[in-house]
Design a binder for this molecule. Structure first.
Ligand SMILES: Cc1cc2nc3c(=O)[nH]c(=O)nc-3n(C[C@H](O)[C@H](O)[C@H](O)COP(=O)(O)OP(=O)(O)OC[C@H]3O[C@@H](n4cnc5c(N)ncnc54)[C@H](O)[C@@H]3O)c2cc1C
Length: 693
């Protein structure tokens, strides 16, 4: 573009009559970026004079002015770092290209990959320039579960060029600031390419595939192509940079802030019309639905999750989130009772009991004169009779809930603990096959990667997720809701909280004492999940075993290899034990090793584990496992919910609403909250139009 660029930086070249830099800033703003650093040098003052502080475009712009030094792309970043202008993670764009890449999805992949850098790539096959990258696409079988979506090799100079090198650097990357500090030399010119090359060779370069072509304004043809493209499309223009990189800090500004990135929070964001941002305290979204993929084993971190729903439409939607990555399995649950494996649910497995137990269950089911119940224990007696209640239902429920059954309310049982028909119980007792809980007799599960496939599928519909933002303070201000993690602040017009209501009451400014007390009266159960890998595949082919015996520490065992065969390597197996526990109950305060030892002892006593077979162990603690719906919870919960509703905070999700709900209902409620917000936004805009008219 010389001689024009001798007197005008590329960023200021007119594109359809406007300096290119304007188009870039508009695109960045439309993608939610609010801060940018221009790295400028020779003639950079023209950019600075035109752009100023960036407020015309709603982007806060700063400058790293290297003068006449010519530091190169790497040196320019180092210089910006020395000026204190780089965020902990930032995106960098090259100077003369016009891009179109979904930055929300790109950023999310960067975060979930755990890599210190990400490069965007485009399938090239020699079309635009010499291909320079080998990229393993997301979900590629070659990549394996943990490593997909990465650039295996980036090498501009590869000679000979490997056949697999079919991608090209697209021109936008994300870097962690520490890379600049540690790996770009100070006080000298350097390029970014060698660093990206080294990272790819070290297996540390995540990749994200752009699917739209890029344009370069560095040549008259490129400029002409771009002008034609922009005049033909009404799409938001995409960004490029001046000669040196523009560094963009990721500080999105959004109308709705969603606190918590579990399934409920992701669902709300995915269904909102307004721009929203999900703030997640952990390192990745998913909450209770996270999975572990380790040493060839796949399992759900906080306990086994299967996909089922009474609402077929919701179930279909959940399955659709997995694309083709889905399996279907048949439940094969048992109850471990007096050393026998009894078919689940217990009332459908009576024939597996000793004759005397079978008789007692059947007799009391048929001759049941228990009075109308006032608590959960009485409800069990009244619904199932003394035999079923005392042999299995009461001991099992007291184990899982960790409270005496008479202290629990009956609110939650409707639909969760179905009453079997007399016919089925008689059939079960005489040995005619029947099935209970038929809504979960068959279930779906992700073929690979564990249940996390569900929140991942939902997250793909969400533009802005910010991990590692543990919300520590929420305050209503004149400008909107101020949300802070102690270091960063966000302001939103509206907020939705999916955080445990107990936490929300602690971080929400101005909560009255009586609401604090109401929330403090709500009890939840914490959980241990102990997962054990075995170098054998001799385990019985059960999906889960329920364990009412108080002598055994766990209340349920499950077998992830039965959910999907891809969850365990050939010849091996996995067993997962769940233990409800709370501080002060004598278990929570044990060390992980002590809990593991007790689980192994229990499994050995059931002959599910034998000495020398264990090849993998993991103990995970989940703080908010189950909400405890005791007698008083409804009164206190209503009080707390009414307070937050009156304050204008929408609560959504299992621990936010303090209800014993599963994934399907979290999704349904998330959609409901989003629809309500969408409706009220559209009502507001109609009212505004009426006022203007
Ligand atoms: C043992 C067990 C087994 C289950 N099995 C099944 C099953 O088989 N099928 C089924 O459908 N459902 C099952 N469920 C239920 C299912 O896991 C939940 O309904 C669902 O995952 C809840 O989603 P959520 O978004 O409401 O909450 P969560 O998943 O808890 O999400 C809340 C999010 O908020 C984040 N957070 C918390 N505090 C902060 C903070 N201060 N700042 C920022 N972020 C914060 C958390 O990190 C988390 O990501 C099971 C649950 C358990 C415990």
């Amino acid at each position: 573009m010389r001689p024009v660029t001798d007197v005008c930086p590329k960023a200021m070249l007119p594109v359809n009559g406007r300096p290119f830099v304007e188009i870039q800033l508009e695109w960045l703003r439309s993608e939610g970026f609010t801060h940018a650093v221009y790295s400028i040098g020779h003639l950079g003052h023209m950019i600075r004079d035109h752009v100023g502080d960036g407020s015309r475009w709603g982007v806060e712009v700063s400058y790293a002015d290297e003068g006449e030094q010519k530091l190169g792309t790497g040196g320019a970043l180092r210089f910006a770092w020395e000026q204190g202008l780089l965020d902990a993670e930032f995106a960098v764009l090259y100077g003369d290209s016009f891009l179109s890449v979904p930055t929300g999805a790109m950023w999310r992949h960067f975060v979930t990959s755990g890599a210190p850098a990400l490069m965007t790539v485009l399938r090239n096959d020699g079309q635009w320039d010499r291909s320079n990258a080998i990229y393993e696409p997301l979900g590629s079988p070659a990549a394996g579960q943990a490593a997909s979506g990465r650039v295996v090799l980036y090498d501009k100079l590869a000679n000979p060029k490997p056949d697999a090198m079919r991608y090209i650097d697209y021109g936008m990357s994300i870097l962690k600031r520490e890379l600049v500090e540690q790996r770009i030399p100070a006080g000298q010119a350097s390029d970014l390419a060698p660093l990206l090359n080294a990272l790819s060779r070290e297996g540390k370069l995540a990749g994200f595939e752009a699917t739209e072509r890029f344009y370069e304004i560095g040549s008259p043809e490129g400029l002409r192509d771009l002008q034609r493209f922009l005049s033909q499309t009404s799409a938001s223009p995409s960004g490029a940079a001046p000669e040196a990189p523009a560094i963009v800090k990721n500080k999105p500004a959004h109308r709705v802030g969603i606190l918590g990135g579990g399934l409920a929070g992701l669902t709300v964001s995915a269904h909102l019309d307004a721009e929203s941002e999900v703030l997640e305290g952990g390192s990745r979204p998913g909450g209770h639905c996270q999975s572990v993929v380790e040493e060839g084993f796949t399992y759900d971190a906080g306990g086994p999750h299967i996909m089922f729903s009474r609402n077929q439409q919701t179930l279909d939607y959940m399955v659709s989130l997995l694309g083709h990555n889905v399996t279907r399995a048949r439940r094969a649950n048992k109850i471990f009772f007096k050393g026998r494996y009894v078919k689940y649910p217990f009332e459908n497995g009576l024939y597996d009991l000793e004759p005397q137990d079978r008789f007692e269950c059947l007799y009391h089911y048929l001759h049941n004169d228990h009075p109308a119940p006032t608590n959960f224990k009485e409800w069990l007696y009244r619904t199932f009779g003394t035999g079923l209640a005392e042999k299995y239902l009461i001991p099992y429920n007291e184990k899982i809930w960790n409270v005496p059954a008479e202290q629990m309310s009956m609110d939650w049982v409707e639909g969760r603990v179905p009453k079997p028909s007399v016919e089925d119980v008689i059939k079960a007792a005489v040995g005619v096959e029947t099935e209970g809980y038929t809504h979960q007799l068959y279930f779906n599960y992700p073929a690979t990667g564990g249940i996390e496939g569900i929140p991942k599928g939902m997250a793909d519909k969400v533009r802005h997720i910010t991990p590692e933002f543990p919300v520590g303070h929420v305050r209503k201000t004149r400008d909107g809701w101020l949300v802070s993690d102690g270091t960063h602040e966000r302001v939103y017009e509206q907020i939705v909280s999916t955080l445990p209501i107990v936490e929300m009451a602690n971080i929400f400014e101005g909560v009255p004492q009586e609401i604090k007390e109401a929330v403090a009266a709500l009890r939840h159960n914490s959980l241990f999940t102990v997962t054990i890998g075995l170098a054998t595949d001799r385990l019985p082919e059960y999906t889960a075993i329920y364990v009412p015996d108080p002598e055994l520490i766990f209340h349920r065992l499950s077998f992830p290899g039965m959910f999907s065969p891809h969850n365990v390597p050939k010849g091996q197996s996995l067993v997962q034990a769940e233990i409800t526990s709370n501080p002060g109950d004598g278990i929570w305060d044990l060390s992980d090793d002590e809990v593991l030892r007790k689980v192994i002892a229990g499994l050995e006593s059931m002959d599910l584990v034998r000495p020398g077979e264990i090849c993998y162990t993991k103990v995970i603690r989940t703080q908010y496992g189950y909400v405890v719906q005791d007698f008083t919870y409804r009164k206190y919960l209503d009080k707390a919910k009414n307070y937050f509703t009156a304050e204008g905070v929408a609560l959504c999700g299992r621990n936010a609403e303090f209800e014993y709900i599963n994934m399907d209902q979290c999704i349904e409620r998330g959609i409901k909250v989003a629809t309500r917000l969408n409706d009220s936004a559209s009502l507001n805009s109609q009212q505004q139009q009426l006022v203007k008219a």
